[in-house]
Structure formats: structure tokens, C-alpha cells
Design a binder for this molecule. Structure first.
Ligand code: HEM
Length: 755
């Protein structure tokens, strides 16, 4: 339906654009195009019969760079790894006359074993799946570019952070708990993994959207993951923490409390991956050319601001559009609203005790408030191309926190050390052997001369006879590189003499002050959402002792938090058993109260036979002009208006739900049409009333012009209510709605919200 409108894409993407490994966007923004176009060319009604070469990819897509398995630019076109030729072939390139009928003795069989095509086709199909990631299985990714500001040059020699250096990147966002096919909008932590293809080798920053972690020592990772995954007997529930084993574990394991507070807050249900912060979590050690070191925490700050769904929205989206986040990312890139983040660091002196303001920097369950250590911008990330093939790129990409470049080193965080072992180990089985670094998406953009040889799926063709050192037969090649030659030299770090023990430092014992810091930093509406989330999750537990145990943890964090959850569960609120200091709140931890750009937001426009289509056209253009996506919602599909200037309908009253839109406009009829216009189909349709009522409840901006007031008030959205904009001039109404959208929600609609 709507996909046909504004299809400005052509199947003749310039080969040059595909050849270049440049991180630049391959596609100019196509103004007015509704994103979601499936292919690069509109299909014909009848099945095509004329043989032709495969169509080019869409302009918004980019394959991995054309480098060899050993890191050399090949100069080959980006399409070199795509299928080629106009005719169907076997895997050996032999053309095939038929792929619908197996070779049989007569039309009624039996089928013959000699049918190579049948066996090859079925055999390959039988092996199409690989093991999904043991965690973070559900995700999607995009290509982009990172540009350094040079502001970190004093403290790190990392070349990609130097001023105006541009580095290609591949970023994968993910959910932690759910399987590959689970819904995007479940309450969970989100992964934010970035592969920087730097000239000094690949740097992976494998982070999350939550700056604190569940556990302080990686040896407990299998425990937390087993607890969070579905119950092992019935494999229920999928992709959520609202169940007994999760709360059993975290209520007994109070070091998880800080992370759980974040997860139960609105941070656990992001509106979009584009609207999430990212955190490296661990403290890293940066080193400059003079060998001086600085401790640092990495941050990603989204240009679009940090925004979340409401819980009811998240639940509805799980059913209405389980692919909500991956669709949002792909659509934004296709529409040219490129997601952007500022890369920043909090920098700390590298002192012997590795603490800052009393916070142990090696404890990954703790953050450092930005008010104490501001985040300093050091570069910018722009995602500007969608992958060409999900499996080849997004599924096969392999991140590793040990992929470091000169200038960035690790600290002794025991969580990080276990990770350094885990990723390579799991990828050996997930990707079927030791050569997965040669898969195109994982290939570094730096020369590879590693003396690693053979193994399953080897695609390099190494020359020479002496893959060992020392050698003379290969001329001594390859040679080692000291720091002066770009070698990665671990920072010489003094290790304090101590006994071998299985224990944590005493500074790790405080599990409550940071959850309390987070709680006190939230606005009333965010606190209310957090209470509701705890109530929902614990309400889903079968066992009362588990609820009671978690209530005790909450009582020790904050009595009001505990009382709110206890009231919802119908259980008594216990008194605190531990005394917690009250840290100074950190306003930076709240999402509410700022203004943000509205690029890439979706505005629904409800139109019926009474609407002024001229005004709708003007509004639609203004929405597109502002970098947002207008979707026309009408009683029926097809087009509205005259054929010369027709308006394509993208959604109908049957197919639209409020959760797809950030704001909704009701296109009323001209006022001089009097009561006839009020009688438009939108005014009386219960699906429209439901849509508007939900949007109102979810604090979305609503607007209307002409006679739209009747439709809105029929849904309980009266003129004068906060965030309900009515007027006669459609463009002015839109301007006010966009103004409201800049704050993400109409927070004033909640009595508990900030005034
Ligand atoms: C600060 C703590 C941690 C963060 C931020 C984190 C983040 C991530 C992210 C973002 C991914 C998905 C990567 C992708 O998109 O492919 C991932 C995967 C994974 N993580 Fe972690 N993780 C953390 C702790 C741990 C620990 C402690 C372990 C084990 C000791 C672990 C083991 C894994 C494994 C096995 C995978 C799957 C990797 C693959 O199959 O490619 N993680 N993690």
C-alpha cells in the first residue's frame, strides 16, 4: 500500500558506491519516502520472465568492506560476495533447468538418489542455522562511521581518537535474555556493541545501555544467566525476568540490586535503540605516547536523547510489532535520519587504590555520577547504512572485549577478566571453528600476519614455509613490533603481593548506596514506573517467600519504594535491616525534563472523508521536511483525493495501533462545513477512539484542526487537557505538537510528573 509511494530507489546503484570501503553513507536522503521499502525495485504484478543480473542492493544498505581474509583492501566491488549471473545454478555454478521437481522415475516416483540438486539443496538447508548466542541472541546492527575529536589525544595514543580521523564501525544492539526470535520491547538490559575497524587493528567496545552490572566477578555469569533464562523444565517465560528463578537469585544476591533498579526503571524498556545511552561499564586504562596512564569509563550519549516506552506500550508492541526496535533502526537509516551518539569519557587519575571519590573503579556494579566526573566528548558515531545480509553480518559478527588497540588497556576488574576468556571461547562453537575472524564482517582493516594456521573454514591462503618464530626460511618474517612501531604493549602495571584467595575486596560489600543513589535521582513519574515494574515482576512470581525476600532488599534501598511495591503485592512492607547513607542525587540519571531533536519520529495523521486534504498534504510535507515520518491513517486502504494529487494511505483504522506513533494528528474538515464534517468516519469509529485514548494515556502529544475536536473529545482527549492542541491552522497545530514531542512525552499529564 504505502510502500509504493515515494519509491525513489533505483536498481542501478552506482557500482562505485558499492566498491568503496568508505564509511560514508551510500545513500542520499530521499525526502518524502516512507521507510520500509523491501527491495531496490518495485515488483511487477506478473512474475518476471526475462533473465537478468541480480538487482543491486537498496541505497541504504552496505556490505562489509572489501578486504581480504588477511586484511588487504581487494579493490573488488562490494557486490563481489553477492550472488551473480542471471541463471539459477548449483553451488558449483552449473545452470539448472528446474528447481521445483525432484528427479523421479515417472511423474509419480519414486524419487532418485542420483538427484544432486535435490540433495544439495536440502542438505544446505538442513545446516542453515548456527547456535544462537548464549546471551544477547536477539539483536540487529548497522554500519556507520566514527570521527574522533582529538580531545583525548593528551591521555591516549589510540589513533582512531585523533582529530578528524574517520573509522568505519559496525554496531550491534541486542537484548540479553531472549532467544533469537523473541520480542524487541521486553524489559531487559540492552547490549550496545561497537566494532571499530581502526588502522591499528580492531577495537571492540562491548557495552550495555546500563552502566552497572549484576555481578562483580565474572565467575558468577553462568549463575545470573541461568537464573534469568526461562525455567529449565518448561522453558517459560521467554525473554523476561518476571519469574521465580530470576527473583530467587537476585533477592539472595544483593550485589545485583543496582542493576535491577535500572532494569525496573524506564531504562529497561527503551523507546528506540537510537534513544539509549551506552556504557563500557568497566573502567579502562588509557595510555598516551609518554606512557602516562589515566583511568576512564566510556559513554555513548544519543543525539536524540534518552527515551523509553511506557510499560503498557512495551507490552502491546511485543504483540503488534515484535520487531519494533530493529524496524525503527533500519527505517531511520533508510529515511536518512541517521542515528548519532557522542562518544565520551569520564577520566580519573590512575591512583594506587584505583578509587574516585570513595567509589572503587574496579567494581563494575558501581557508576561514578556525572556531577562528580563530567563526561567529556571525544568523538561522534553516525550509523548510516543497513547491513546487506542479516546472517552474514549481524549474526556472524563476533565482538570481544579483548580486542584492544594501542592506547587502551584493561584494568583488574574481575568481571572484565572473565569476559576476556569467555567471548573467544563461545565463538569457537557458535561460529564453527577458529577462523571466524576471516568472516567478512569480522575482518580487520589492518594487515594480518598472525602465524595462526589451518583449521575449519580457513579462507586465507598463506604463503611461506615457516609459520613459526624464530625462523630463517621465511626471512625471519613476520617481525615483532615494539611500541615505536605500533605494537600493542601492555601497560607495565605493578601488582601488589598478596595471597591467592577466592574473595572480593571489602569495598565491594556496599550493595545499597548506588541503588539508593539511582532511586533518589529519578523524578516522581519515573519512581512510579519503577514501583509498577517491581510490582509487575514480583507479582508474576509464584512463591511468596521470594517476593518477601526481595521486599526486604527494597526496604533497605528506600522505604517509599518498598511500601509502594508491597502495597501493590498486598504484602506487608518490612522495615529496613541495614542503614544506608543517602548519596546526593545525580540529575543526569533522570530521563525527564530536557528537550531533544525530533528527527526520525513517527507522526500518525488520521484522515477521513470529511478531512481537508489540502491541509493534510501541507502537514505531511512539513513533517517530512522536519526529518520525521508521516503515516496517513484512513478508514480504508488505497488513496485519497484526486488522481493528480493523490494521498497514499499507509495504515487503516483496522491496521493501526497507537504504539506505532510518537504523536497523532486528527485532520478535521473545514469549519465552514459545519456539522457534516463532525460526522466524519473517524469521529464515530471505536478503533480511532481507542487509538487516541491509548496515546493520551501514554502521554503522547495530540493535535487536530478544523472539526477534529469532536473526534478527540469522543476519545476523552478534551481541548484544554495538557498536550492536546486544537486550532484552525493545521501547520500551526503541527508546530505545537512537534514542540511537545521535543520533550518526548507530555509529562504534565501525570499528577505525579514534574510540574
Ligand atoms: C559489563 C558486563 C558485560 C557487558 C556489558 C556485556 C555485553 C555483551 C554484549 C553487548 C554482548 C553481545 C555482543 C554481540 O552483539 O554480539 C555480549 C555477549 C556475550 N557475553 Fe557479555 N557482557 C558482560 C558480561 C559478560 C560476562 C561476565 C560474561 C562471561 C563471563 C559474558 C559473556 C558473554 C557471551 C558468552 C556472549 C555471547 C558472545 C557471542 O556469542 O558472540 N558477558 N555481552
Amino acid at each position: 500500500m504505502g510502500g509504493a509511494e515515494g519509491r525513489h530507489l533505483s536498481c542501478t546503484t552506482e557500482p562505485e558506491a558499492l566498491m568503496s570501503p568508505s564509511p560514508k553513507s551510500p545513500s542520499p536522503k530521499s525526502k518524502g519516502q516512507i521507510p520500509g521499502v523491501p527491495g531496490s525495485e518495485a515488483p511487477s504484478l506478473a512474475e518476471p520472465t526475462e533473465p537478468r543480473e541480480p538487482l543491486a542492493t537498496r541505497p541504504d544498505q552496505r556490505p562489509p568492506a572489501a578486504v581480504s581474509a588477511t586484511g588487504s583492501p581487494t579493490g573488488a566491488p562490494g557486490t563481489a560476495r553477492a550472488q551473480s549471473g542471471a541463471y539459477l545454478t548449483t553451488a558449483q555454478g552449473v545452470r539448472l533447468p528446474d528447481t521445483d521437481h525432484s528427479l523421479k522415475v515417472g511423474a509419480r516416483g519414486p524419487t532418485l538418489l542420483q538427484d544432486h540438486h535435490l540433495r544439495e539443496k536440502i542438505t544446505h538447508f538442513d545446516h542453515e542455522r548456527i547456535p544462537e548466542r548464549v546471551v544477547h541472541a536477539r539483536g540487529a546492527a548497522a554500519h556507520g562511521v566514527f570521527r574522533g575529536y582529538g580531545s583525548a589525544e593528551q591521555i591516549t595514543m589510540a589513533g582512531f581518537l585523533a582529530k578528524d580521523v574517520e573509522t568505519p564501525v559496525f554496531v550491534r544492539f541486542s537484548n540479553v535474555v531472549g532467544s533469537r526470535g523473541s520480542a524487541d520491547t521486553v524489559r531487559d538490559t540492552r547490549g550496545f556493541a561497537t566494532k571499530f575497524y581502526t588502522e591499528q587493528g580492531t577495537f571492540d567496545l562491548v557495552g550495555n545501555n546500563i552502566p552497572v552490572f549484576f555481578i562483580q566477578d565474572g565467575i558468577k555469569f553462568p549463575d545470573i544467566v541461568h537464573a534469568a533464562k526461562p525455567h529449565p523444565d518448561v522453558e517459560i517465560p521467554q525473554a523476561q525476568s518476571a519469574h521465580d528463578t530470576f527473583w530467587d537469585f537476585v533477592s539472595l544476591h544483593t550485589e545485583a540490586t543496582a542493576h535491577v533498579m535500572w532494569q525496573m526503571s524506564d531504562r529497561g524498556i527503551p523507546r528506540s535503540w537510537r534513544m539509549m545511552e551506552g556504557f563500557g561499564v568497566h573502567t579502562f586504562r588509557l595510555v598516551n605516547t609518554d606512557g602516562e596512564t589515566t583511568l576512564a569509563k566510556f559513554h555513548w550519549k544519543p543525539a536524540a536523547g534518552v527515551h523509553s516506552l511506557f510499560w503498557e506500550e512495551a507490552q502491546m508492541v511485543s504483540g503488534v510489532d515484535p520487531d519494533f526496535h530493529r524496524r525503527d533502526l533500519a527505517n531511520a537509516i533508510e529515511a536518512g535520519a541517521y542515528p548519532e551518539w557522542e562518544f565520551g569519557i569520564q577520566a580519573f587519575p590512575d591512583t594506587d587504590d584505583q578509587t574516585f571519590e570513595g567509589i572503587d573503579l574496579l567494581d563494575p556494579s558501581k557508576l561514578v555520577p556525572e556531577e562528580l566526573a563530567p563526561v567529556q566528548p571525544i568523538g561522534r558515531l553516525t550509523l548510516n547504512a543497513n547491513p546487506t545480509n542479516y546472517f552474514a553480518e549481524t549474526e556472524q559478527v563476533a565482538f570481544h572485549p579483548g580486542h584492544l588497540v594501542p592506547g587502551i588497556d584493561i584494568t583488574d576488574d574481575p568481571l572484565l577478566h572473565a569476559r576476556l576468556f569467555s567471548y573467544l571461547d563461545t565463538q569457537l562453537s557458535r561460529l564453527g571453528g577458529p577462523n571466524f575472524a576471516q568472516i567478512p564482517i569480522n575482518r580487520p582493516h589492518a594487515p594480518i600476519n598472525d602465524m595462526l594456521r589451518d583449521g575449519m573454514h580457513q579462507s586465507a591462503d598463506q604463503a611461506g614455509v615457516a609459520p613459526y618464530k624464530p625462523n630463517s626460511l621465511d626471512g625471519g618474517c613476520p617481525f615483532t613490533a615494539g611500541a615505536g612501531m605500533g605494537g600493542y604493549v601492555e601497560v607495565p602495571q605493578r601488582v601488589t603481593a598478596a595471597a591467592k584467595v577466592r574473595e572480593s575486596p571489602s569495598s565491594y560489600a556496599d550493595h545499597l548506596s548506588q541503588p539508593r543513589l539511582f532511586w533518589l535521582s529519578l523524578t516522581p513519574i519515573e519512581q512510579e514506573h519503577t514501583i509498577e515494574a517491581f510490582t509487575f515482576e514480583l507479582g508474576k512470581c509464584y512463591e511468596t517467600p521470594i517476593r518477601q525476600r526481595q521486599l526486604q532488599v527494597l526496604a533497605n534501598v528506600d522505604s517509599a519504594l518498598c511500601a509502594g511495591v508491597a502495597a501493590g503485592l498486598g504484602l506487608p512492607a518490612p522495615d529496613a535491616t541495614e542503614e544506608v547513607t543517602s548519596p546526593r542525587p545525580s540529575p543526569a540519571l533522570s530521563q525527564v525534563g530536557q528537550r531533544w531533536p525530533t528527527m526520525g519520529r513517527t507522526i500518525g495523521i488520521i484522515v477521513d472523508q470529511a478531512s481537508d486534504l489540502g491541509a493534510v498534504r501541507g502537514v505531511k510535507e512539513a513533517v517530512t521536511g522536519g526529518g520525521m515520518v508521516p503515516l496517513i491513517i484512513a478508514p480504508r486502504g488505497g488513496t485519497l483525493g484526486s488522481s493528480a494529487d493523490e494521498l497514499v494511505v499507509q495504515r487503516t483504522f483496522l491496521t493501526a495501533r497507537s504504539v506505532e506513533f510518537d504523536a497523532i494528528l486528527v485532520a478535521g474538515g473545514p469549519t465552514d462545513k459545519g456539522s457534516d464534517a463532525v460526522g466524519g468516519e473517524a469521529a464515530g469509529d471505536p478503533r480511532v477512539a481507542l487509538m487516541l485514548g491509548e496515546a493520551f494515556r501514554h502521554a503522547k502529544a495530540l493535535g487536530g484542526w478544523g472539526q477534529a475536536g469532536a473526534t478527540l473529545s469522543a476519545a476523552g482527549c478534551d481541548e484544554g487537557a495538557p498536550g492536546v492542541v486544537l486550532g484552525q491552522d493545521a501547520t500551526q497545530v503541527l508546530a505545537q505538537v512537534v514542540e511537545l514531542l521535543g520533550e518526548h512525552r507530555v509529562w504534565a499529564r501525570f499528577p505525579a510528573g514534574p510540574s
